[in-house]
Ligand binder design. Structure first.
Ligand code: NAD
Ligand code: HSE
Ligand code: NA
Length: 447
């Protein structure tokens, strides 16, 4: 919120007329929490105008009141007694992360009829149903726009704006660290290790970036978003997840040469029997809108029956961008508190099951190093045919290392059942004349 934003106080929303102050309990003062506190303190008048009542930051619960913080905040606001702070507040904003004690504290607030705003994707992706049931029972909102793709408005558009449509597929770049790494590998030819070190240096990746590079962070966001998009209940355990640690500079270069770029995509799609959720390194054509998402940016591409294709783009991480999403949820919840009215009940009426990866129809790119002799190509083609997998394109080149008796073959398949594609790759690896099977990456829109 800039200092030049004009103040707009309409007489009918005069805070004094509402007769109450909205007291906010903030849990956590890290990257996001500190920005939320600073914004609430610096722009109290504007929040009062937008909420319809004065807004007071009642306190900030932290583990250590004396810890050094990136943003200077009034010392008297800090407390280690989160429970007492929750009990004294009207709205609770949880920005501590992790499962416990965050879950118990959110439940404490909801059971007491207090709206909760959270950015905790790890918690919502595992216990979202339990928390939503508690919110519904109490008739108060539980909001978590910040938990999926940071600043990008996607949770509420998915829940509200697209509520009259049928979502068929969601493709998301929902982790900034991995997008930065893959983008650096694509645009500068950097190795995975060098690109990750740069991401850590720039502060995008965590000190321990396992949840980023192994895809777990994106998988949590996929489970949360798919639950809303498909009116069902998915957890992170329903997401087939592969990270980017196995993606090599050669894979990236080969994809580039073929007109593709490799992205860590979260894909949630309707398929026979339910919805498949996966987070996998994926080759997409360079003319796809998601191919143009560079650096640490996030984007969510939605395909819906009537709306067609939509793309939501922006900053998926960072203190201030994430605080924007948190505070949007806060204003909405606090406004409802002041004006009254029921919370929206988010009924997962469809309850579609998660479809495991085996039968999902996908397409593979495969790079083989083979002995260059008579009959090799025919034998390879036979392996594909034996598994019912159809080849879309095949290209043979000299071995990149210059070995005279070796050749490199790159194949892209038509769509086939994932289990048949995996069995094909295994069978190729067993052929005596195949020296190496590498660069096995899924491809979107190969046919
Ligand atoms: N940083 C981002 O870009 C981003 C983006 C989207 C969502 N989120 C989510 O927002 C939440 C906060 O993220 P962050 O980056 O600010 O984390 P952070 O690690 O910087 O801050 C967490 C804060 O919570 C405090 N805390 C932890 N456990 C506590 C406890 N038991 N009691 C009291 N305080 C406790 C810590 O001391 C710290 O002040 C997380 O759930 C995260 O997943 C973060
Ligand atoms: N580590 C996450 C932060 C936002 O969830 C990312 O890189 O996108
Ligand atoms: Na968001």
């Amino acid at each position: 919120m800039s200092d030049t934003t004009p103040e707009t106080t309409r007489p009918e929303t005069d805070p004094a007329a509402a007769g109450r102050t909205v007291r906010v309990a903030l849990l956590g003062a890290g990257n996001v929490g500190a920005e939320v506190a600073r914004t609430l303190l610096d722009h109290g008048g504007e929040f009062a105008a937008r909420v319809g009542a004065p807004v007071e930051l009642a306190g900030i619960a932290v583990r250590d009141v004396n810890a050094r913080r990136t943003v200077e905040l009034p010392a008297e606001l800090f407390t280690t007694d989160a429970e007492a702070l929750i009990d004294a507040a009207d709205v609770v904003i949880e920005l501590t992360g992790g499962i416990e004690p965050a879950r118990s504290r959110i439940l404490r607030a909801l059971h007491a009829g207090k709206p909760v705003v959270s950015g905790n994707k790890a918690l919502i992706a595992r216990h979202g149903r339990q928390l939503q049931d508690a919110a519904d029972a109490a008739g108060v909102p539980l909001s978590y726009e910040a938990a999926v793709a940071g600043a990008i408005p996607i949770v509420r558009p998915m829940r509200d704006s697209l509520a009259g449509d049928r979502v068929d597929r969601v493709l998301g770049i929902m982790n900034g660290t991995t997008n930065y790494v893959l983008d650096q590998m694509d645009t500068t030819g950097a190795s995975f290790g060098d690109a990750l070190a740069e991401a850590q240096h720039l502060g995008y990746a965590e000190a321990d970036p396992t949840a980023d590079v192994e895809g777990h962070d994106a998988a949590a966001k996929a489970a949360i978003l798919a639950s809303i998009a498909f009116h069902s209940t998915f957890t992170i355990d329903d997401v087939y997840c592969r990270g980017i640690t196995g993606v090599t500079a050669e894979d990236v270069a080969a994809a580039r040469e073929a007109g593709y770029v490799i992205k860590l995509l979260a894909i949630c799609e309707r398929c026979p029997g339910g919805v498949n959720l996966r987070v996998v390194p994926t080759m997409i054509r360079r003319d796809h809108p998601l191919a143009g998402v560079h650096g640490a940016y996030n984007a969510v591409f939605v395909e819906a029956a009537n709306a067609g294709s939509l793309m939501f783009y922006g900053a998926g991480a960072g203190g201030a961008p994430t605080a924007s999403a948190v505070l949007g949820d806060f204003v909405s919840a606090a406004r409802r508190l002041v004006l009254g009215g029921p919370a929206q009940v988010a009924e997962p009426h469809a309850q579609l099951p998660a479809v495991p990866m085996d039968d999902v129809r996908t397409s593979f790119s495969i790079t083989l190093t083979v002995q260059d002799r008579l009959g090799v190509l025919a034998r390879i083609a036979q392996v594909f045919a034996d598994h019912g997998v159809s080849i879309l394109t095949m290209q043979q080149t000299d071995h990149p290392g210059g070995a005279p008796d070796l050749a490199q073959i790159r194949l892209v398949t038509h769509r086939g059942a994932n289990k048949d594609l995996v069995a094909t790759v295994d069978a190729l690896g067993e052929l005596a004349f195949v020296e190496e099977v590498a660069g096995v990456i899924r491809v979107e829109h190969a046919d």
